[in-house]
Design a protein around this ligand. Structure first.
Ligand code: SF4
Ligand code: SF4
Length: 155
């Protein structure tokens, strides 16, 4: 009997919370509809993934490695990003460049998203602005761990 009463009490409490959110949101939406400015806006349901919320320009999403004007990778394989990465999830394979001004380039650049914490240190550390995290890609899923080890030179 006591158990049944406790369940009923929690059910009623849950229904009261849902109703409160419903009426508060409806009030904000109605006020905004009539042009009344309010401190906060009513909650909006976004039909993800069909609809996508606009990301802030500062949002850190999937990395990309930039190219120079001649199409070669901008990365000079200095390993600063690899050194600074707290998750040790970057791997860069250096190769000799024919251009003596450049000397080295990244023949292979892989980020392991299984470990990346999206701190952005790699972007900050790069002396030639070769890596950025502004692709806006946040749907980073794979069926196996290996699928999240992404070669960035192909982007
Ligand atoms: S965002 Fe942070 S954790 Fe991810 S690769 Fe860059 S430095 Fe490493
Ligand atoms: S991305 Fe930048 S910091 Fe990382 S190895 Fe290339 S040049 Fe160096």
């Amino acid at each position: 009997m006591l158990k049944g009463w406790l369940v009923l009490k929690e059910l009623l409490r849950g229904a009261a919370i849902t109703a409160r959110h419903f009426f508060v949101n409806m009030t904000f939406h109605t006020l905004n509809l009539f042009g009344v400015r309010t401190k906060r806006r009513g909650a909006v349901t976004i039909q993800y993934p069909e609809e996508r919320k606009e990301l802030s320009p500062r949002h850190r999403s999937l990395h990309r490695v930039l190219s120079r004007e001649d199409g070669k990778p901008r990365c000079v394989a200095c390993m600063l990003c690899v050194t600074v990465c707290p998750s040790e999830c970057l791997s860069v394979e250096a190769a000799e460049d024919d251009d003596p001004e450049v000397q080295k380039y990244a023949a292979r650049f892989v980020v392991d998203l299984n470990r990346c914490c999206f701190c952005g240190f790699c972007v900050e550390a790069c002396p030639v602005d070769a890596i950025r995290m502004d692709t806006g890609e946040i749907r980073l899923t794979a069926e196996a761990r290996a699928g999240l080890e992404l070669p960035l030179e192909k982007r």
